[in-house]
Design a protein around this ligand. Structure first.
Ligand code: IFM
Length: 457
């Protein structure tokens, strides 16, 4: 039997985000972000926690980078906290904040770990929110200025810059359902926010390219295949609309310079205000497109879909384990859009982990990762230009509205002592990378096993 292998230059990484791990919430001149403010609202966070200490990565960053290096990955995805480097989102820069990231990037560079840096992983300076936040077009220009300043400072040692992480989450969960910061519940505001996020992405790319930035430039979307709960016309129509709102609302402007007509029809007066040239600004060539994949979505017009119905295993987030959805999603995107390099910028699972005699036997997470890596190889075989895979997450961290209750890490964090313990999934990932990324044999039969072939060299 021939063994499937990933190409030698494939990027393998682990991912985190500033607000979820750094802490240092009031240190060295950092300003408050919208997530600091959101955490102060009673009932907003499941365990009433906040990000003021988190994994205290602000103080433990050297040890954490040593862990990353010991895993044997060749990339680390991280984000910059905008209010740490510019406390009010405009005007004065905080040199201590910029120095912190400079040191982190230096350490990664010295260890030959490619830094993949996101400018906006949700922690907008609160001062900008006081002026309307992403709903205010002025924030677009503040963001471009911020991205330029960070890129000038770090760009010589960074492999890639991502403008925004998951604009759907910022717009929809932050401004329509209001379950994430800044907690606004208004569909019209949410669509305007999504437009400004896309516009700021396009303008930032142009500004960075004008300065001959050498790092690769892209954006990260959270995507999922949408499956209709039944064959009914209502369910199928809703499924098409949800696909439009999650995937085509972002992919069409980025690759076709227009919003999908059916979603605009649905939005009616909640559609965004678009100024002339906005769409051309948004449709910039991408060096890569980041895809965060966790599960599929099953859509039902009448009731919320009950994940137990399918009988598939679910994670602690109550998300179905559905690895074949990753292949399906990527193949469909490859069919419908002229894709650049695809980076899987997040993939992983939360489970109720327990430390037993100093170890965490998270076999369910090992299975999850193996199944998704196999699903990824299936997509590559079908021609999808995938060049990177990053596990979410390096370590347990602040899982937004779920607080610290959900553990996504391959490294366990004891929040009392800040002790890190490599879970079995981290040990497996390290071994997988050491052995030359041969495709893992699966014990379960969740994927249709294709004939085994060699991918690349
Ligand atoms: O923790 C988040 C991350 O910040 C963005 N993508 C999804 C992850 C899991 O919910």
């Amino acid at each position: 039997m021939r063994i499937k292998k990933f190409p030698k230059d494939f990027i393998w990484g682990v991912a985190t985000a500033a607000f979820q791990i750094e802490g240092g919430g009031r240190s060295d001149g950092k300003g408050p972000s919208i997530w600091d403010r959101f955490c102060e609202q009673p009932g907003a966070i499941a365990d009433a926690s906040n990000g003021l200490v988190a994994c205290d990565h602000y103080n433990n960053w050297q040890d954490d980078i040593q862990i990353i290096s010991d895993l044997g990955v060749n990339a680390y995805r991280m984000s910059i906290s905008w209010p740490r480097v510019q406390p009010t989102g405009k005007g004065a820069w905080n040199s201590k904040g910029l120095d912190f990231y400079d040191r982190v990037i230096d350490a990664l560079f010295e260890k030959n770990i490619a830094a993949s840096v996101t400018f906006n992983h949700w922690d907008l300076p609160d001062a900008l929110q006081q002026m309307g936040g992403w709903a205010n077009r002025e924030t677009v220009h503040r963001f471009v200025d911020y991205a330029q300043t960070v890129a000038r400072r770090l760009g010589d040692r960074v492999q890639s810059f991502t403008t925004h992480n998951e604009p759907w989450v910022i717009a929809h969960l932050g401004h329509e359902t209001g379950i994430f910061a800044p907690g606004i519940k208004h569909r019209g505001v949410a669509t305007q926010v999504s437009h400004h996020l896309l516009l700021s992405h396009g303008l930032a790319l142009q500004a960075l390219r004008a300065e001959r930035q050498t790092a690769k430039l892209g954006i990260v979307l959270n995507l999922a295949p949408m499956h209709s709960a039944t064959e009914s016309t209502e369910d199928k129509q809703k499924t098409k609309l949800e696909d439009g709102r999650l995937l085509r609302w972002y992919m069409d402007p980025l690759f076709k310079g227009e919003y999908p007509a059916d979603v605009l029809d649905f939005l009616g007066s909640d559609a965004p205000q678009i100024e002339s040239n906005d769409m051309a600004h948004i449709q910039q060539p991408l060096d890569f497109l980041g895809v965060n994949y966790y599960s599929r979505s099953v859509v039902s017009a009448a009731d919320p879909w009950d994940v137990q119905k399918s009988g598939l295993p679910v994670t602690d987030m109550q998300w179905e384990v559905y690895p074949q959805g990753l292949t399906e999603l990527l193949v469909r995107m490859h069919r419908d859009y002229p894709l650049p390099a695809i980076y899987i910028t997040e993939n992983g699972a939360a489970f109720k982990d327990k430390i037993v005699n100093g170890s965490v036997h998270d076999k369910n997470r090992v299975d999850y990762l193996q199944q998704h890596i196999r699903a990824l190889s299936d997509a590559i075989e079908q021609g999808v230009p995938v060049e990177a895979y990053m596990v979410w997450s390096l370590m347990d961290n602040f899982e937004w509205a779920s607080g610290y209750e959900k553990r996504f890490g391959i490294v366990h964090v004891d929040y009392e002592t800040q002790k890190r313990v490599l879970k079995d999934s981290a040990l497996w990932y390290r071994e997988f990378l050491k052995q030359g990324t041969q495709l893992p044999e699966l014990k379960t039969n969740m994927l249709n096993e294709p004939a085994v072939t060699v991918l690349g060299n």
